[in-house]
Design a protein around this ligand. Structure first.
Ligand code: SF4
Length: 373
């Protein structure tokens, strides 16, 4: 896989175990006030061995389609990025990366080590928001992104703002600038700043912060339990909303293993086979708990009384619920429902997939800019 458009990335994201997220470091040299991971240069960073071990376990007949490297700032480790990209490619797996473009500060240069690291990627994504622009200027980000486009087949910008009048004015201005500078070459994923990490101290709590916040249809199937994610220390989680899992010990069904000792075959089998994950992806966490799990709190979501709490429901699922859901998926009817729900979900056009994952609806079409289908 040598080229992945943002729209294709979203389509892959709707397929369980089609990809693997690698959080290469929690560190970042920027100090964005909205950082969702609360990263600093003092944040945790572990040796790269577990990432190398897991990616080297890919085989041509058992591999994800894509690895997506993020952080913190993954390009603080350009040699590791190159190594993982090359290792994944030997099995036929593509590589994408999400960066905050710290290296663009002071002129918008693409340093040689970064140029070598991005060369070979199937997709380069860069994040940008008003707080980020206080750290790296928009013109510098554009200059470095333009230089990177000489070395990667596809790039995108991931824009965020608080969705109020000022936030929409900011987004409209950036989007117009991107269109002027790049035409349809750079699609955009536009979302609301979530109240997690440093943003939790600055962003109004709506949807509610912490474990239990999703900002999507409360009874919908979960869109975040499809790809495993490896944290900076090598622990592999089933939920890509790491901010939820940082808030306390994760329940067993959301911890898939460890990158140092588990192969992709093992981790993908757990992702696809765990009955609670299957039910969270098919029925949704709220319905799973209502049908098979422990009784929900009488007042629902702790911060929105009366509202079903998707992630709170998911975190409360227990071994008895797993047994009940396993019995359900052992029936032809249970398997048929799962197959149908996943097939319909994956068949949605990319702008609808983006909306389901939290993109602000009025900007959802921008994920398909320059996409030829
Ligand atoms: S419902 Fe479960 S898997 Fe989905 S985002 Fe919430 S905690 Fe993660």
């Amino acid at each position: 896989m040598t080229a992945v458009h943002l729209a294709d990335l979203l389509t892959l994201g709707a397929r369980p175990a089609a990809g693997l997220l690698l959080s290469l470091t929690d560190r970042c040299p920027l100090a964005c006030a909205h950082c969702s991971t609360d990263s600093t240069m003092a944040s945790a960073q572990s040796p790269g061995g577990p990432f190398r071990a897991l990616v080297s376990s890919f085989t041509p007949d058992c591999r994800p389609e894509l690895i997506l490297m993020s952080g913190g700032e993954p390009l603080l480790r350009p040699a590791l990025v190159r190594e993982l990209t090359a290792s994944a490619a030997t099995a036929g797996t593509g590589a994408a990366l999400l960066t905050g473009m710290f290296f663009a500060r002071g002129g918008g240069r693409l340093p040689p080590a970064v140029r070598r690291a991005v060369t070979g990627l199937a997709h380069l994504a860069a994040s940008l928001d008003a707080e980020h622009e206080r750290e790296v200027g928009r013109a510098e980000v554009f200059r470095a992104l333009g230089a990177a486009l000489d070395h990667v087949p596809h790039a995108s910008l991931h824009l965020t703002a608080v969705p109020d009048a000022a936030g929409h004015a900011y987004l409209d201005g950036v989007i117009a600038d991107v269109r002027r500078r790049f035409g349809t070459r750079v699609p955009m994923l536009v979302g609301a700043v979530r109240p997690t990490g440093r943003a939790a101290r600055r962003v109004p709590v709506h949807p509610p912060a912490g474990r239990g916040a999703t900002g999507r249809g409360a009874t919908a199937p979960c869109e975040f339990a499809h790809w495993p994610v490896v944290d900076q220390g090598g622990t592999v989680y089933a939920c890509t909303r790491q901010s939820l899992l940082r808030g306390g010990p994760a329940p067993a069904h959301l911890v898939l293993g460890h990158a140092a000792r588990d192969t992709w075959r093992t981790l993908s089998e757990r992702t696809l086979g765990d009955p609670l994950l299957r039910s969270v992806r098919t029925l949704g966490p709220v319905t799973t708990r209502e049908r098979y799990g422990p009784p929900p709190a009488a007042d629902g979501c702790a911060t929105r009384p009366g509202t079903p709490d998707p992630c709170g429901s998911c975190l409360a699922l227990d071994p008895a619920t797993a047994d009940a859901t396993a019995r359900q998926f052992a029936t032809p009817g249970g398997r048929a429902v799962e197959h149908t729900v996943l097939a319909l979900a994956a068949a949605r056009p990319p702008h609808r997939l983006a909306a389901a994952r939290g993109t602000l609806p009025r900007y959802a079409d921008l994920v398909e800019l320059g996409w030829t289908g």
